[in-house]
Design a protein. Structure first.
Length: 261
């Protein structure tokens, strides 16, 4: 997959390795809690139609992220790849709105016949995107971990077992759990920025809800429990049982996410 772009003098040939969408309903959460925050990190306006992010190398092997405003084109390529179909993706020059040095996430792929991936040397004042350090814990790592929980729901659910540590049967939840619940409930009456709450199909007709807030991430099954991750609890997945209020909250979050997508 090769795309040619003149967005930067040093990027004459761009070998596309993979691509992701950056839209209000679907974006790499490593970039931020919501769509506007993710766009701001890349210096982009949060347009409703979104963007496509192409990750690749130039002829020297340097890592680059190319931003296209043709999200539909990028979406078609991703859908084809997901189905195991070949798709020769190229970003026409007219669709390229930004070219940024580096990648914001770790990729284990490389272009055959091209030198090993490495970061280019950005010009003074230019951004260099780098993947979060997996050995540390912070907002980016927490959001990525929550994404993994959402994608691998059944696996994580089995690890939690049948009972959650707090089942909302009337006891006052710990302060850190109550804070998450209060802020999540607040989203249902005062909608947060686009992408702060997302929803996807889950097992057996359920929906998997993903929500983020200051210092917390939530992954939940609308027919089951919620799993929480907090900045203050590194690498911990905290289960939250259904109780009387969680089902209604998850339904409301799911409806809000689908309406705004």
């Amino acid at each position: 997959m090769t795309a040619n772009t003149n967005a930067k003098d040093e990027l004459d040939t761009f070998h596309v390795l993979t691509a992701l969408l950056l839209t209000p309903g679907q974006f790499p959460s490593v970039l931020g809690d919501d769509y506007p925050e993710a766009c701001a990190l890349l210096g982009l306006e949060p347009w409703a139609d979104g963007y496509g992010l192409l990750f690749g190398q130039d002829a020297s092997g340097a890592r680059w992220t190319v931003v296209s405003d043709d999200a539909a084109l990028i979406g078609c390529a991703i859908a084809a790849w997901d189905c195991g179909m070949p798709y020769e993706l190229s970003a026409p020059d007219r669709t390229v709105v930004e070219t940024i040095a580096g990648w914001p996430l770790a990729l284990t792929v490389a272009t055959p016949g091209v030198p090993e991936p490495h970061d280019p040397r950005p010009a003074p004042g230019e951004r260099l995107l780098t993947a979060p350090d997996p050995q540390t814990w912070g907002p980016a790592q927490r959001r990525m971990a929550a994404d993994d929980v959402a994608k691998q729901w059944l696996t994580w659910r089995r690890q939690v077992g049948l009972h959650a540590s707090f089942d909302q049967t009337g006891a006052q939840p710990p302060a850190h759990i109550q804070r998450v619940l209060t802020e999540a409930i607040g989203y249902t009456s005062d909608p947060p920025p686009a992408g702060r709450v997302r929803s996807a199909p889950g097992p057996e007709g359920a929906r998997i809800v993903r929500a983020d807030g200051p210092g917390w991430s939530l992954a939940a099954n609308t027919e089951d429990i919620a799993l929480l991750l907090l900045d203050e609890k590194p690498h911990e997945v905290l289960p939250l049982g259904r109780g009387p209020s969680l089902p209604g909250l998850l339904r409301a979050l799911d409806e809000m996410a689908r309406t705004s997508a």
